[in-house]
Design a protein around this ligand. Structure first.
Ligand code: DON
Length: 564
């Protein structure tokens, strides 16, 4: 009962946020010099223009990031946060953490009502749900350290798109229409996303003057154009108008963190992915490690044996996520132990090839303590620099509050904290002490920007939105490419399934299992197999075979890839 309620909650969150699987719009392009795959064709073109101009993948990734804040406002952002995995031409791989932080005035119980119950509305759609934004600092820090073009050059396309506008397609106009009712208490939001309260329709030109002015301040002044001065004043005024917590001090103190990526080897491929405060890299590596002893290629895509194996790996890794993962600056996450192969085999000793282990019998592993929306894009340049970026406001359009006069939406990332130990938070994910709210702490994420290399060369750049499902999307794209040896378009398009330990339920896209497999899985003890009401993931990815670059935007959505 409790689980089906949870499942309903998850579905509602999905309804409100995510990934409408409305159109099949395959978009795979090839090139030899560079490519970008993102959720917005306009933004992908911006990235390739930067590459053509002589910029590297980092320049292009920063330009795409700012452009997405204009052309894909439900998740592209300057009021949110994200992660960037960078693989440089010389082989070095680094992770940039531009995740939002809890404001200094945040409190562990801030999303609990007096009776101790979790107030989901406050956690997900109020001004209190906003974390201190990290995206602008992230893009600028990446550019400063590894870019070759000036800040003005990479932000210019975004300013132009905001200032001159662009014609809305049905996808965006439909999203705005669906979100208007949630914005009605916020005049600043209505001013951006409606025509004086009237919905935009496809074909309307959409101009964002205030956002253009904010982007110009960032272009002129760098981080001070956002974290200080006019933009900061407007953001803090918005907080004060609605009872929010973010102060000038929070903004001034925000810093990104360069982190050591999660690294592991899967069947000879080097896998690089995001460390805490994301759970993505660790959980992904755990699942790959659990799978490695099995010949997935022989058992075949979608077969009962393959799906059973993958689901059992998902349950065990997500159980560890619940207990052990949180912001490693605040909590001793046993990173190194979790991603070893011996730990994975120990974790999988109770795997029964014929029976599902109920989630209630799966508990997190133990160690000696060691002191609807997001979007993903992938970039590769001709020198072998690769960038994998996942960025988010959390829900689609974040907390729906536009900073009046500054033209950008605020995130509702505080909803990713565990509001109360052992209680489901955002996306129905359970958490414990590791992910409770503390001032200045980063909320645990599932975002999994990933780069796979073989013999020193980038082969796959991938990642996805989808809340708790993100890690499983990346997992499946990787398995499809590395084990099933599918072409990138097929690997990304193949229907997916998801298990997150609790609830003990498999959600799946139609066709995620080979024919006749679903009843067999049920007879093996897998519980609550349910069709996902919305697409799982949006994995805009790039594959490189050593000569041809293939870039694909996920056919579940109206994105776009560009290559040259
Ligand atoms: O960081 C996280 O894991 C979430 N805030 C991601 C949100 C998301 O993917 C929503 N999209 N569909």
């Amino acid at each position: 009962m409790q689980y089906s309620r949870l499942l309903k909650q998850i579905t509602v969150i999905w309804l409100a946020t995510c990934l409408l699987a409305t159109q099949v719009f395959a978009n795979t392009v090839t090139g030899e010099n560079g490519a970008v795959a993102s959720r917005s064709a306009i933004a992908s073109e911006v990235g390739v223009e930067i590459l053509k101009k002589g910029g590297n993948a980092i320049d292009a990734a920063v330009a795409v990031g700012f452009a997405l804040a204009v052309t894909y406002p439900s998740a592209g952002n300057i009021g949110g946060g994200g992660f960037m995995m960078i693989k440089l031409a010389d082989g070095e791989v680094i992770a940039l953490d531009a995740r939002e932080k809890a404001p200094l005035a945040a409190d562990r119980d801030m999303f609990l009502d007096k009776d101790g119950s979790v107030n989901r509305q406050r956690a997900m759609v109020s001004i209190l749900s906003a974390g201190v934004p990290g995206s602008v600092a992230g893009y600028l820090d990446a550019l400063q350290r590894y870019g070759t073009l000036s800040r003005q050059e990479v932000i210019a396309p975004a300013i132009r798109l905001a200032e001159e506008g662009f014609d809305l397609n049905q996808d965006l106009a439909g999203q705005f229409q669906r979100n208007l009712s949630r914005m009605e208490n916020y005049p600043g939001s209505l001013a951006v996303f409606s025509k004086d309260g009237q919905p935009y329709t496809a074909g309307d030109r959409w101009i964002q003057k205030d956002l253009a002015a904010t982007l110009r301040l960032i272009s002129d002044q760098g981080r001070d154009g956002f974290y200080k001065g006019t933009t900061a004043d407007l953001l803090v005024e918005e907080m004060q108008r609605n009872g929010g917590l973010i102060t000038h001090r929070d903004l001034e103190q925000y810093q990104t963190v360069w982190r050591e990526p999660i690294h592991g080897i899967y069947r000879g491929n080097d896998v690089w992915s995001m460390p805490p405060p994301s759970s993505g890299g660790i959980v992904l590596m755990q699942m790959l490690n659990m799978l490695e002893p099995y010949d997935i290629n022989a058992t075949g895509w979608g077969s009962k044996d393959t799906v059973h194996l993958m689901v059992e790996a998902q349950k065990r890794a997500y159980a560890d996520r619940a207990k052990h993962l949180g912001d490693s600056d605040f909590y001793p996450v046993p990173i190194k132990q979790l991603i070893t192969k011996p730990y994975a085999s120990q974790r999988f000793v109770d795997f029964d090839p014929h029976r599902a282990t109920p989630s209630s019998e799966i508990h997190a592993g133990n160690f000696p303590a060691e002191s609807t929306q997001t979007t993903h894009y992938s970039v590769l340049d001709s020198n072998g620099n690769a960038v994998s970026v996942t960025t988010t406001l959390n829900s689609g359009y974040g907390n729906k509050i536009v900073v009046t006069g500054a033209g950008f939406l605020l995130n509702n990332e505080m909803g990713d904290f565990t509001p109360k130990a052992n209680t489901a938070g955002g996306y129905g994910l359970i958490g414990e002490e590791a992910n409770l709210i503390q001032p200045g702490k980063r909320m645990l994420s599932s975002m999994t920007p990933t780069i796979v290399m073989r013999d020193g060369q980038t082969v796959l750049i991938t990642g996805s939105p989808g809340g708790s499902t993100i890690i499983n999307t990346v997992f499946q794209v990787m398995i499809n490419v590395l084990d099933h040896q599918m072409d990138l378009s097929e690997a990304v398009a193949k229907p997916r399934f998801h298990h997150q330990w609790q609830p003990d339920s498999i959600r799946f896209e139609e066709g995620a299992f080979a024919s006749g497999v679903q009843p067999i899985l049920e007879s093996m003890g897998h519980q609550e197999l349910r069709g996902a009401r919305f697409a799982i993931g949006d994995a805009n990815s790039i594959y490189f075979d050593g000569s041809i670059i293939k870039a694909t935007s996920d056919p579940r959505n109206v994105g776009g890839a560009s290559a040259w």
